[in-house]
Write a protein that binds this ligand. Structure first.
Ligand code: ADP
Ligand code: MG
Length: 349
């Protein structure tokens, strides 16, 4: 190999989003049908009467999942769900998925069948068709890449860069549970490794563990929006933690946000487990990941349309960018929210 005298930059210097920006900046859009390229939960393509939305996510063994405590069936289910969530975040309905796999000879036909039972369950549950993919080998471990394709009427697509000052900020479901589920599984793994005779007792924490291993995507919310004739002014799904998603939405929209801690929904099981782990529940909600809830904004006059929808919480307001992104705590203090999402590069040295 020729000696490489060129400068070597570590990807951590740019961070995930800096890197994507750096690599993709020389790709101007050439086709009129490309309505939205890089930078949202999904790309948007004009397909005539409707808009087509496309999103891809990759799950890597050892980074995104640990097969010591992740049943393959749940993994197959989750790999579809994380992609459907990005399609719902555009206010669109997913219709098809493709599934690409790379695996080492450690995986048997039976193991892959189990993975596909989960894929099948997700496709059945969310009414999507598996229409293709790719299969190849890897020197070690399992890598799963799923692409989801969805559709929406042209005037119904919701982006993350269109929040306006004065809009109300809303969130669905509850936050932080998947992160705490992961902490429980990691703790059980350590106990097992030091004493393989001990059987894990996960029954009592079934809600938190389920939120981590078998998450759901918020299809019913998109249906509720449609029934209520509500089109949010902006939307993003919460995959990397609430704080990180608030930052993306605000940065892309050129606005700030004022969030009430008391408005951030946290499940009682998550609250109790956070305290048991000596963590602040709000920190788990802000910085934990993998909730797959929806963060969205609405015009203030639309408040009547969401006020009585179950599972939606109004937790803040969009303000001028110069006012920053702040949390009003239950204790009455106001402090800036830090964008501490998951950075997969960090744990991967
Ligand atoms: P999400 O968290 O919603 O799945 P990501 O943070 O993964 O979205 O990606 C942000 C945007 O960058 C998306 O539009 C995605 O398609 C795009 N993107 C991510 N990685 C790459 C890449 N390697 N090349 C081109 N575009 C990318
Ligand atoms: Mg997303």
């Amino acid at each position: 190999m020729a000696e490489n005298t060129e400068k070597r930059t570590d990807v951590n210097e740019l961070g995930e989003f800096g890197l994507i920006e750096h690599l993709t900046k020389r790709f101007p859009i050439k086709n009129k049908s490309t309505i939205k390229g890089i930078g949202d939960d999904a790309a948007v393509i004009d397909s005539g009467k409707m808009m087509t939305v496309v999103s891809t996510d990759m799950l890597v063994e050892g980074i995104h999942f640990d097969l010591m405590y992740t049943p393959l069936k749940h993994l197959g289910y989750k790999s579809v769900i994380v992609n459907l969530s990005d399609i719902y975040a555009m206010n669109a309905m997913p219709k098809q998925v493709t599934m690409s796999l790379a695996f080492s000879n450690r995986f048997s036909v039976e193991a892959l069948e189990e993975l596909y039972q989960g894929v099948e369950a997700a496709c059945a549950q969310y009414d999507v068709d598996l229409v293709g993919g790719d299969t190849t080998s890897s020197p070690r471990g399992l890598i799963i890449s799923v692409t989801a394709i969805g559709e929406a009427e042209k005037d119904k697509i919701v982006y993350r860069n269109t929040a306006k000052v004065g809009d109300l900020m809303c969130v669905t479901g509850d936050l932080g549970a998947a992160y705490l589920g992961l902490q429980i599984l990691e703790r059980e793994k350590q106990i097992y490794l030091s004493n393989p005779g001990v059987q894990p007792d996960l029954e009592e924490q079934s809600y938190l563990v389920r939120r981590q291993l078998k998450p759901e995507a918020r299809r019913e919310m998109i249906k509720e929006f449609s029934k209520a004739e509500l089109v949010p002014t902006s939307m993003i799904d919460i995959s990397d933690g609430l704080a990180s998603e608030i930052f993306h939405l605000c940065k892309e929209s050129g606005v700030g946000a004022f969030v009430e801690e008391s408005g951030v929904p946290i499940h009682p099981d998550a609250e109790m487990m956070a305290i048991k782990f000596q963590m602040d529940p709000i920190t788990c909600a802000l910085s934990g990941g993998e909730d797959y809830e929806l963060l969205f904004t609405i015009a203030p006059e639309d408040i009547e349309k969401v006020k009585f929808l179950p599972g939606i919480y109004i937790m803040g307001e969009i303000v001028e960018a110069s006012e920053g992104i702040k949390l009003h705590t239950k204790g009455g203090n106001i402090h800036p929210i830090k964008a501490q999402g998951w950075n997969h590069f960090k744990g991967n040295e």
